[in-house]
Design a protein around this ligand. Structure first.
Ligand code: DAH
Length: 352
């Protein structure tokens, strides 16, 4: 405990002793208490005895300071005593210090469910030799659409409405998917490629139980000589069973994406009803896990990759939806809304 200098030498000489109290042992504490506050010999008592020698004005100032110093000593002795006794359960001491006040609870954090799902997915693909790549969230129109074989004004772009940050040709926009990072990876060096790409994406989507205008995606890309659709099916089936359970049923449904041909969607057996049908899977018994397909030769050509020699597949997944299934989170806004109570619950703590 410290106390500002008073300007009176007979008081200031005691200040180092006040600070030293925190380091005293039980015996030292007892001796020091008497040496400072003792009624007969105490150093502070002694200093107070000089009071009558001051002028009335000075006496007031000196008296007040000496009394405050005395309170500070009493508080410091009590605090140290409580500390040595291993308890703070002592009545309020002088100096306005309430030593009986309970300590502050500590905040315990938890990894966000979406982060947990991304980490797990990355770990599964890492076992298969994939590495992580990332790209910018402000992306060019060409990489977000053109290079991925979206024809201008194609209806597929209706689902990818976003904020444009610049005007003119090849505008900058908030990326609507992680797929443009496929292009960046391919432009950065020659095949083979085996990458997974996590990141945030942005769309003019409603803020409701199953949509958020800013959400996470994770993309995968595997390009090499001799890769076929059977590799896509085998790898993604392995992934789904590794992520959920070894006996999880999966199915591939034909679909459409401009950057893959053929394209498919991978469904897994609903994790909530296990196939019998429930509101979460709209009574189908299946839930959509990801979109995938064989990379369109046009996309390879846009990146200078020889489409005669190299083939491969890609996928894109929304880990927010996957986390809903994994952690039984009924509303996606709980994930992207930043409500700390969700993390508290996932950390196994009592609700606030
Ligand atoms: N980019 C697509 C989307 O946001 C998802 C996707 C589908 C990514 C198929 C892929 C893919 O890489 O092969 O809806």
């Amino acid at each position: 405990m410290s106390f500002p200098a008073t300007g009176y030498p007979q008081l200031d000489v005691l200040l180092p002793r006040l600070e030293a109290i925190a380091a005293l042992d039980a015996k030292g504490l007892q001796g020091e208490r008497i040496a400072v506050l003792g009624r007969k010999q105490g150093a502070l008592t002694f200093a107070l005895r000089s009071l009558p020698t001051f002028t009335p004005d000075e006496r007031k100032r000196f008296g007040a300071l000496a009394n405050r110093l005395k309170e500070a000593f009493e508080a410091a002795f009590a605090a140290r005593e409580a500390e040595l006794a291993g308890s703070t359960d002592v009545p309020a001491a002088g100096g306005g210090l309430d030593l009986s006040m309970p300590g502050r609870g500590r905040w315990i954090g938890a990894l966000h469910p979406v982060t947990r799902v991304i980490d797990e997915i990355v770990a599964i693909f890492r076992e298969l030799g994939f590495v992580v790549a990332v790209g910018p969230e402000a992306e060019t129109e060409w990489l977000n659409f053109g290079a991925l074989n979206f024809p201008p004004d194609h209806p597929a772009m209706d689902m990818h409405d976003t904020l444009y940050l610049t005007e003119g040709g090849n505008r900058i926009l908030l990326r609507t998917h992680t797929s443009p990072v496929q292009i960046r990876v391919m432009q950065a060096g020659p095949p083979p490629y085996r990458v997974v790409i996590p990141g945030m994406v942005y769309r003019n989507d409603p803020w409701d139980a199953s949509h958020a205008p800013a959400f996470a995606q994770i993309e995968g890309l595997a390009i090499d000589e001799g890769i076929g659709f059977v590799d896509l099916k085998a790898t993604l089936t392995h992934f789904a069973r590794r992520f959920f359970a070894p006996d999880t049923k999966v199915r591939f449904r034909p679909s459409y994406f401009p950057f893959t041909e053929p394209s498919a969607e991978l469904d897994v057996e609903c994790q909530i009803c296990h196939g019998s049908g429930c509101p979460a899977c709209k009574h189908t018994g299946w839930m959509e896990l990801l979109g995938c397909g064989m990379v369109h030769p046009k996309v390879l050509e846009h990146c200078g990759v020889d489409a005669e020699r190299y083939t491969g597949w890609a996928f894109g997944l929304g880990p927010g939806r996957t986390a809903q299934q994994r952690f039984d989170i009924p509303d996606i806004r709980l994930e992207y809304g930043g409500d700390m109570r969700l993390l508290r619950q996932l950390a196994g703590q009592e609700p606030l």
